[in-house]
Design a protein around this ligand. Sequence first.
Ligand SMILES: *Cc1c(COP(=O)(O)O)cnc(C)c1O
Length: 229
Amino acid sequence: MESAVARSGRPPDSVELVAVSKTHPPEALVEALEAGQTLFGESRVQEFKAKVPVLPGRVRWHFIGHLQRNKVRQVLSLPVELFHGIDSLELALELERISADTGVRPRILLEVNVAAESSKFGFRPESIRASLEQILSLNRVSVEGLMAIPPAAAEGERARPYFAGLRQLRDALASEFGVGLPVLSMGMSSDFEVAIEEGSTLVRVGSALFGRRSGSGWRPASESERLSA
Ligand SMILES: *Cc1c(COP(=O)(O)O)cnc(C)c1O
């Protein structure tokens, strides 16, 4: 990360690492925490909910996954500093509605379907404007920027056009709407250097830090007991 930042002539503190800890047990997070990593990304509500109480309070959490509308209330009761994967107007409106009840002020990124993949969630670049206009008018939800996951086949250098496209979309929206949108969440284990060169401010790195994820991954004890019962 440091050399990619230096190569692109950006200030060293302009990019932050989100350690993607989904499927890994709390011990793995503690080890990373002891090495100085305080920011973690989780993407499954049940697993996240189980990890929060067993990790020290100084851990900072980002929710990076797709969020189902019926899980919004649960996840808003957890300490989420930033939501990366807000992928529809309906979801943003649900966050607004429930946060009015619970008194929180969610900070969000809008997920953009940069390659128009039919299998993927997210706003289409050509139709994001109407939704953004409505989301910007909300009282509690605050849009901080954009997030994208390029097609799986576009690893490393091949992801560059998608990252550049997300940055250009952000620049265009920021100027059209007269807002900041400073955060660009892009780049994972296979392409974070390219993403940094293209302006990423948050890289979401999992396997390069924690190793490969096993199929089902870590489950809180109570849940695995239930499953084996
Ligand atoms: C799992 C995940 C990552 C991490 O992917 P790696 O290739 O293991 O670095 C990044 N972003 C999101 C949204 C994820 O779900």
